[in-house]
Ligand binder design. Structure first.
Ligand SMILES: *Cc1c(COP(=O)(O)O)cnc(C)c1O
Length: 363
């Protein structure tokens, strides 16, 4: 059995009424409504981790000198709780999120949180707010664990005080209009991260750097931006918050290798394992933009998709930049993209056997 820490539950004195909760679960959007509680723990240099608890969801009161506001010493995670048809609630590979949070924390000079604390915080919060896990098709409870420098001190050094919190938001299916391909802007001017930087860590600062390019993408009629490597400006890395995949005419799937500037997605790793198990060739390697554009022209590249926890798999129907604009698959989701999406979501919602032992019961 995996070790799980105890988080003491102090129930909210003012939970939403049944009617309010039902109304919130009827009308799901991404990340704007939160449940009645949050999990938290606190770390100090002297005492280490302590004060593990679940309490009423509420605003934080922070001193203006709190270190995170000034130097962005912060890391986060994202995972979901899924309701199965028998009413039970499960999450997907939380041990991988725990390990990644610890790795991100190391890179940002934050204290590592143990797997036992990570699992304990999520179990306690989801058990307390189990009624908030939606059951409509494709819906889930999105969990957002995060950790930040909470010491009031504006000198530049790792914080001596740290807060860890988990908040939860019921979310609907990512594709409300069906499994629709998106348009991607390939950015030639800006990079998300660089060699030796924080690209392999899940930290807010990487997202801050992606927002201006994301806005430029939107101005060019694209939903998302794809970043090239900062060293040569030629290799495809990933989107602001999703990994990228390419399917070739032989049915093989290709994704950029983990070079230190790419975030190792848990969806990415799951897709590689599912594809390998079904006998598909999988290749983690350097992939250049030129190779992809040539491959789309010649028919060698047949499908392009992105992946991450929020949408699982997002088909890409168009690649655009200052000097090209290419439609992929006439803007339709390709068959291998769709098959991978079905396989992963079937496992998550308990519709097919969990052959990899990925699911972890929460409630
Ligand atoms: C979170 C994230 C991903 C996707 O990771 P998953 O574990 O699959 O959700 C990909 N790229 C970046 C930059 C991310 O922050």
């Amino acid at each position: 059995m995996t070790e799980v820490s105890t988080f003491a539950v102090k129930p909210s004195p003012h939970p939403r009424s049944l009617a309010d909760r039902a109304a919130a679960l009827e009308d799901l959007h991404f990340g704007s409504v939160f449940t009645d509680h949050m999990a938290r723990a606190r770390w100090t240099t002297a005492a280490g981790w302590g004060e593990r608890r679940v309490e009423a969801y509420a605003p934080l009161q922070l001193d203006p000198a709190t270190a995170v506001f000034h130097y962005a010493q912060e890391v986060f995670e994202g995972l979901k709780a899924y309701r199965h048809s028998d009413g039970s609630v499960w999450t997907f590979r939380p041990e991988a999120n725990a390990a990644r949070l610890a790795a991100s924390a190391r890179r940002l000079a934050l204290p590592e949180l143990s797997e036992a604390d990570f699992l304990g915080s999520i179990e306690a919060l989801v058990q307390t707010d189990a009624e908030w896990v939606p059951s409509s098709p494709g819906s889930s409870l999105y969990l957002r664990p995060f950790m930040f420098a909470s010491e009031s001190f504006i000198g530049v050094r790792p914080s001596g005080e740290v807060e860890y919190l988990v908040i939860a938001s019921p979310v609907g299916p990512y594709f409300s209009a069906g499994f629709t391909p998106v348009s991607i802007w390939v950015d030639r001017d800006f990079h998300r991260v660089g060699p030796g930087g924080t690209g392999a860590a899940k930290c807010g600062g990487n997202y801050a750097a992606s927002l201006l390019p994301q806005r430029i993408a939107a101005e060019n009629g694209c939903e998302q931006v794809c970043f090239l490597d900062a060293g040569t400006n030629s290799r495809i890395e990933e989107l602001g918050g999703m990994n990228t995949f390419f399917v070739t005419a032989d049915g093989a799937i290709h994704t950029p290798r983990l070079s230190g500037t790419i975030l190792e997605g848990i969806t990415r790793s799951s897709i590689l394992q599912v594809a390998e198990q079904t006998g598909r060739q999988v290749r983690e390697r350097d992939i250049t933009l030129t190779e992809v554009l040539d491959g789309l022209g010649s028919g060698e590249v047949t499908e392009v998709f992105a992946c991450g926890t929020a949408a699982v798999v997002t088909p890409i129907g168009r690649l655009k930049s200052t000097d090209f604009d290419v439609a992929i698959n006439s803007g339709e989701a390709g068959p291998i993209t769709s098959e991978l999406y079905e396989t992963i979501t079937d496992i998550q919602y308990g519709r097919r056997p969990d052959a990899f032992g990925w699911m972890h019961r929460l409630a």
